[in-house]
Design a protein around this ligand. Structure first.
Ligand SMILES: [Zn+2]
Ligand SMILES: [Zn+2]
Length: 345
């Protein structure tokens, strides 16, 4: 990223692995909302001059001298949260909140994943099951965000779950609810393209503009929701969460649309709802999600609806940032976008 709205392909030296490091040749890296809002200058979380990219998959090409348990050629994904692993927060398993953490694709001084090569310490590299189509490894990061949100909400098979927002994190939360044994789960989104995608994943979908949300939720789930995962995070969606949920429900706030919201205080106090924050994922939840991607029958390839090479990246970022893209998850392939025949598999 050279400046807001400007991406360039530049030659940089290939990084050299230190004793604990792994050099990964990137297959594909997903464009995250935080990336394109950083690209537009909107969220201030990306700096001109840096390489972005934190949702990635690749193959091990070289390892440092102390890395003895990872063979060259192994298909891997990377947990981008580099925590200190030595503070109380890390020891409690909340690495995503470590005050000394650095995040690949965010911290300008780190090598990042919109590149041919990424250098990362061994402890953040996770081998994927051999049977997995390699590009799916780029989904582990966003899927882990949804999984962490569902686990934060103590999601169980007894729940009736409403996911608000059918973008990548909403899709991930839906899949996580299924993975945790929930049969009654619906996704609501105003965007018909996103509803169609969620329906293809097997979700009951709700158009919140069609009629009163609480009616649609009762129709879809048989009752009001006992758990709501708000993957949007705005005043209106939190109001929807209160309206569509039962007495005593848990509401997980994972979406970050705006930094502050107005809340229906009495919907929390008098009906004893619990509002739960969720951010990123712990190391454990990331690893569990990587393992799940290797075994699930869920049609994860449907989550990827755009594939570009480096030359197409700036256009994709621009369209996503301007809200002109229909795609919900576009992957950038440093080696060039795969041929159409591969996209159906
Ligand atoms: Zn992301
Ligand atoms: Zn720490």
């Amino acid at each position: 990223m050279q400046a807001p709205w400007v991406l360039k392909v530049q030659e940089v030296p290939t990084p050299e692995p230190g004793p604990e490091d792994v050099l990964v040749k990137i297959v594909a890296t997903g464009i995250c909302g935080s990336d394109f809002h950083g690209f537009s200058g909107e969220n201030g979380r990306r700096k001109p001059g840096q390489i972005m990219g934190h949702e990635t998959v690749g193959h091990v090409v070289r390892v440092g001298g102390n890395v003895i348990d990872l063979a060259e050629g192994t298909c891997v994904t990377v947990n981008p949260v580099l925590s200190c692993d030595d503070c109380d927060v890390c020891r409690a398993g909340n690495e995503q909140s470590c005050l000394r953490r650095k995040v690949i694709g965010v911290a300008p001084e780190l090598t990042s994943a919109f590149a041919e090569y990424l250098l990362v310490r061994r402890s953040n590299v996770i081998a994927l099951a051999e049977a997995v189509a390699s590009e799916l490894g780029a989904l582990v990061e966003p899927l882990a965000v949804g999984y962490h949100a569902a686990v934060r909400g103590a999601c169980s098979s007894r729940d009736a779950v409403l996911v608000i927002g059918g973008g990548p994190i909403g899709q991930a939360a839906f899949l996580a609810a299924r993975r945790l044994g929930v049969t009654r789960v619906a996704v609501c989104d105003i965007n018909p393209t996103r509803r169609a995608l969620c329906a293809e994943l097997g979700a009951a979908v709700i158009d919140p503009s069609a009629k009163a949300l609480e009616e649609s939720v009762v129709e879809a789930l048989g009752a009001k929701a006992t758990l709501v995962i708000d993957a949007v995070g705005a005043t209106s969606t939190l109001a929807d969460a209160m309206r569509a949920s039962a007495f005593g429900a848990r509401v997980v706030l994972v979406g970050m649309a705006v930094p502050s919201v107005e809340l229906a205080a009495f919907a929390i106090s008098t009906e004893e709802r619990t509002l739960i924050g969720s951010f990123c994922y712990s190391r454990k939840h990331f690893a569990e999600t990587a393992a799940w991607v290797g075994t699930t029958q869920a049609p994860l390839h449907k989550l990827i609806d755009g594939r570009v090479g480096f030359e197409g990246a700036e256009k994709s970022f621009t369209e996503l940032a301007k809200g002109q893209s229909k795609a919900s998850k576009i992957l950038v392939f440093p080696g060039g976008a795969p041929q159409a025949k591969d996209q159906s598999t």
